[in-house]
Write a protein that binds this ligand. Structure first.
Ligand SMILES: Nc1ncnc2c1ncn2[C@@H]1O[C@H](COP(=O)(O)OP(=O)(O)O)[C@@H](O)[C@H]1O
Ligand SMILES: [Mg+2]
Length: 284
């Protein structure tokens, strides 16, 4: 997949830049010229904290903080120029054709609304359906994310469910409008490892069945490589390397190689594990 031109891209990002005001009265660039094209595939974005992964995702969703300045040569979703959409058009697209799942469902779910009501509300915001149909589709969405007793969970409030259940409910809510693109920003980082894998398996099945494009953002290179087709490695606001997930061993950039080298391997008795030795020239 690496390097092949995509004839029918879901998303085109070209020379994306995002800056924020700094203390000196100037601006600091958090994203410094990011370009990639996404088809119906699972694209991973990895990099350490602060490398600009979330800001890249937020710019695509139109959720950059007001003080942030976004510019790009192209930022297109299915041929729609996202940079020149009205706020209303962006809102309609968000949760509709473009969905997102964030790290902690606690901050994304409404605490005073039952899970069922929230899923229905998302559906009704994007399509005209009767109350009966909304309920049936909400229930089906809860089943699709493998929630065992959907009738019961439907009536619960977010604080009454576990983190894993909350994240499944969040995914159900995001998928009910049948999005073409899903942006998942560290969607499982707040969960323990077993639950993490369950949630990822559900996400993976849904992406494959529905033919969605997926951008999966994570600091965890190993997780991303088991789950994505292609990986962009970000460092200090830039993409330093693109690798296909099946061929991580071919990674060239010293930062990527450093990340790979720091992963513990089974049967390996390297003590202590090597730590990443950052080089100033990576950030140029
Ligand atoms: N509202 C803001 N004001 C100033 N700087 C910001 C703001 N939001 C994000 N940043 C900066 O943008 C950079 C990239 O952040 P982010 O995309 O969240 O990183 P990541 O998701 O890779 O951890 C960080 O250095 C962060 O400090
Ligand atoms: Mg982030």
């Amino acid at each position: 997949m690496v390097g092949t031109p995509n004839p029918d891209p879901v998303l085109v990002v070209e020379a994306l830049r995002i800056s924020f005001p700094n203390r000196d009265g100037g601006r600091t660039e958090a994203v410094r010229g990011v370009s990639f094209t996404l088809g119906r595939e699972r694209l991973g974005i990895v990099g350490e904290s602060g490398s600009g992964k979330s800001q890249t995702g937020r710019a695509i969703l139109g959720l950059t903080a007001p003080e942030g300045l976004v510019s790009a040569k192209r930022l297109e979703f299915r041929g729609v120029d996202l940079l020149h959409c009205t706020p209303k058009q962006r809102r309609e697209m968000r949760g509709g054709r473009i969905a997102m799942v964030l790290q902690d469902p606690k901050y994304s779910l409404n605490p005073v609304m039952t899970i069922g009501a929230q899923i229905e509300e998302t559906l009704r915001a994007h399509s005209k359906v009767s109350g009966r149909e909304a309920r049936a589709r909400a229930m089906a969405a809860l089943e699709a994310v493998q929630i065992d007793q959907p009738e019961r969970v439907y009536r619960l409030y977010p604080h009454e469910v576990s983190g894993g259940m909350g994240q499944r409910a969040m995914i159900a809510m995001m998928l009910i409008a049948d999005p073409e693109l899903l942006i998942a920003d560290e969607p499982t980082s707040a969960l323990d490892v077993t639950v993490q894998l369950q949630v990822l398996a559900i996400l993976d099945a849904l992406v494959v069945q529905r033919g969605m494009g997926l951008i999966f953002i994570s600091h965890d290179l190993r997780l991303v490589s088991t789950f994505c087709d292609r990986i962009l490695v970000m460092y200090a606001g830039k993409i330093v390397e693109e690798v296909s997930a099946g061929n991580l061993a071919a990674a060239q950039h010293p930062y990527t190689r450093g990340l790979l080298n720091c992963l513990p391997r089974l049967g390996d008795d390297r003590h202590p594990l090597p730590t990443l030795d950052r080089q100033p020239e990576w950030a140029i």
